[in-house]
Design a protein around this ligand. Sequence first.
Ligand SMILES: [Cu+2]
Length: 179
Amino acid sequence: MCKSLTLMLLAGGLVAGVNSAQAQSQPNFAQVVALDECDPATFNTPAGAGPDFCKNVTLGAFTTLADLFAKAAAGTPDPNWDFEPDSLTIKQGQFVSVVDQGGEPHTFTEVAKFGGGFIPGLNNGQATVPECAGGFKNIAVARTRILQGSQLQVSGLSKGEHHFECCIHPWMRVTVQVH
Ligand SMILES: [Cu+2]
């Protein structure tokens, strides 16, 4: 009796130890990746987005600035400008980490309703949502900017559904469910 009780306690202790180790190794965040295929030759001109705007490391498969606008205007925005995944579920207390692996800056801006960003030519007729208004002159928008190779962390999300979009390329959208 006594021996088996000791063994049971020992086993219980081992299981508890394993559980706490698993809890510690579980990441407290969900990862989102921002992607694009901007073409440095056509983006980084004075008439385009300006010098050094696009720093793409992709080998080929670029989209020119003119093509990006043409596709957006046609209602078929370039799918290579993308947040992945498009939707995710986290627990309250977890944060969302967004890393920009594309060639140009993006924003990860929470909006009440999806809509247009602050560059009318990329909006396909949709009105600029209030959260994107003013572009980077709006400090609230600038704070949600993610430069190439950097990451943004969004924490403190309340329970429920949250919508995020890029205020430059408004078809880049993510829905986050918080439980
Ligand atoms: Cu973007």
